[in-house]
Design a protein. Sequence first.
Length: 202
Amino acid sequence: MGGIIDKPPKRATVTSLLTKAIEIDTNLAAWAHLVPPHWTPVAASIIPQSVRNAGIYKNRVDCYTDIWIASTWNTYRDCRILVQSIILSCLRMTPSQDLQGLKTMMAISTAHRLADEICASVPFFLGSQVESVRMKTGLVEYPFAETRPVSQTHRQIAPLMGAWFVLPCLRNLQAGGLGLPSEQIDWLNGQIDRVRVIYFQK
């Protein structure tokens, strides 16, 4: 029975899965070009020192219109990273599908770019928060851009819910398998610990 379970998938099955994964990735990538302008993230022009102290990766911070749009973008990135992982697994099982390694390099590059974008969203969600603020939400500072000012709604909601939105994506990146740089993994671990302190005081 164990032999049947451990039997590797047929090449045709893997090739079919690879084709489907690439098709899904193409459709997901197209979505990013169809969103309205106010959905597009903008690089922060002002990053308070308290936000820098709490943790930013590669000095990159992106701002969004609101927390719901930012969360939707990270869900999109999370889905595409999963698809890249499937593509890479299929290519490892069928080397003939990528003789020059171009598909592999493209999948790895895409996954790393999306991971960087998730990291760049963390300061928007968490701001300078490093502990529970309970009802003193006004104590948290946030990065902002000229076209993406920090709304009063964000100041009220993000300290209470921001970490819940971003934690699943951080954990998925932390899980590994994407070949992320060791310094990025260390940063992710630090941010996950930060979320634990914010919500669980641990």
